[in-house]
Design a protein around this ligand. Structure first.
Ligand code: COA
Length: 381
């Protein structure tokens, strides 16, 4: 690897942004000037969507207008649903989401229009349709009837309603709203970088977001919430934590899913808020074995010199898996929910990239052989 660049582009700055600032050394995250804990405690997801798209908070009238416009774009067309119905029910929901978002793009007459106005409309459509896609897939694969969104509901309320066939309770809606606020943007993470790279080729919004979904899926990025949940299930009982940590982590060198971060060398502020959300979900959530396993494993991590020296703390995916599980989201739908929130940030980053777009085209360092002579195929050994 060339000396001037660290592996994995660590520390490389690839854009100026007005959207979010991650201060990894002190564990702070700011959207357009506002502290993440302040937003999670007070803002609706729609307010954060407006903030990221406009770099200011909306007035009451603007917020209601955005809620209504989002609602008006939520329903999927018959053609879009028809494509989804043909997909295999055993496929991973992130593959389904990637395919469905791409499908929305091919049916959109504005797909190839990269003007700022068309991009804003596409951002709206995607933000509105992603909750419907995820809820619809959950019902299609279990043979249930699909539900239409309700005009009086927020995006979080509509998602729970379309998923479960009944409105969520207030604590469930609040927890989901806080989750959506917390995950909406996060600096130059891998999927955001992917969306900017696609945009830098003058590529369209749907291509950028479809690629970003592919990038989010892996367990070193958004897929970590599902991987963390499966790890908690594997541990099984709170009393197994200590032995599991000794055998699997210390003994076999396994990575703890939902722990560690490229940028945060302090506690991830989003994990902190999510852990508090579990309290608000009532005694059932706090007594849930998976929460007790998670808090028990966190104690092992925070006391272990290996993790302390490397500044490895629970990240957002560690506790988001617990919150999403507590509000009834299937384990394999957890990463799609990450995407359902992050669409706000991805689309904002795509629109920001368009304001000063230049091809992102780094170099590599060739380390293969040189000056080999061509050998005809019948003379090769
Ligand atoms: C997020 C992550 C990919 C960041 O990776 P990175 O910045 O490339 O860090 P590295 O993989 O170089 O790891 C640095 C050191 O910490 C260790 N480490 C990192 N994450 C670890 C984890 N979850 N469990 C145990 N050790 C871990 C590595 O083994 C390495 O140790 P070394 O210095 O002795 O070689 C990594 O922490 C990870 O895989 N975490 C688990 C998956 C996850 O939660 N992803 C979601 C991130 S929001």
């Amino acid at each position: 690897m060339a000396e001037e660049q660290k592996r994995g582009l660590e520390g490389a700055v690839i854009a100026d942004t007005r959207l979010s600032r991650v201060m990894g050394d002190v564990g702070r995250l700011v959207y357009c000037g506002y502290e993440i804990s302040d937003l999670a405690d007070n803002a609706t997801y729609e307010e954060v969507v407006f903030l990221l798209w406009n770099q200011r908070l909306p007035s009451a009238a603007e917020l209601e207008a955005l809620r209504k416009t989002l609602f008006s774009h939520m329903a999927l067309s018959e053609a879009e649903i028809d494509v989804m119905r043909r997909l295999p029910v055993k496929a991973h929901p992130m593959g389904i989401l990637r395919t469905a978002v791409s499908t929305v793009g091919v049916f959109d007459p504005e797909a190839e229009d990269n003007s700022p106005e068309a991009n804003q409309r596409k951002a709206l459509r995607l933000t509105a349709k992603m909750p419907t896609i995820i809820a619809a897939w959950s019902r299609i694969r279990t043979g249930k009837e699909l539900l239409q969104p309700r005009a009086d509901f927020s995006l979080a309320e509509n998602f729970l309603y379309m998923l479960n066939g009944k409105p969520g309770s207030k604590p469930e809606v609040d927890a989901l709203n806080a989750y959506l606020v917390l995950l909406a943007d996060h600096g130059m993470n891998a999927s955001t970088f992917t969306s900017r790279v696609v945009t830098s080729t003058d590529g369209d919004m749907y291509s950028a977001i479809t690629a970003a979904i592919g990038s989010l899926k892996g367990p070193k990025h958004g897929g970590a919430n599902e991987a963390a949940m499966r790890m908690f299930f594997e541990i099984g009982k709170p009393e197994n934590v200590e032995k599991w940590f000794k055998d699997e982590v210390k003994g076999k060198g396994r990575r703890i899913m939902g722990v560690g971060h490229r940028v945060y060398k302090a506690f991830d502020p989003r994990a902190d808020v999510l852990k508090r959300q579990v309290d608000k979900l009532g005694p059932g959530a706090k007594e849930n074995p998976v929460f007790l396993i998670a808090t028990g494993l966190e104690k092992q991590v925070m006391a272990d010199p290996y993790f302390v020296e490397r500044k490895l703390f629970p990240n957002v995916d560690y506790y988001s898996s617990i919150v999403l599980d507590a509000i009834g989201v299937d384990t394999d739908l957890q990463t799609p929910l990450f995407a359902m929130s992050r669409i706000a940030g991805w689309s904002a980053q795509v629109m920001e990239q368009w304001t000063d777009n230049r091809l992102i085209r780094p170099l590599d360092n060739y380390i293969g052989p040189m000056d080999l002579k061509w050998v005809p195929v019948n003379q090769r050994g």
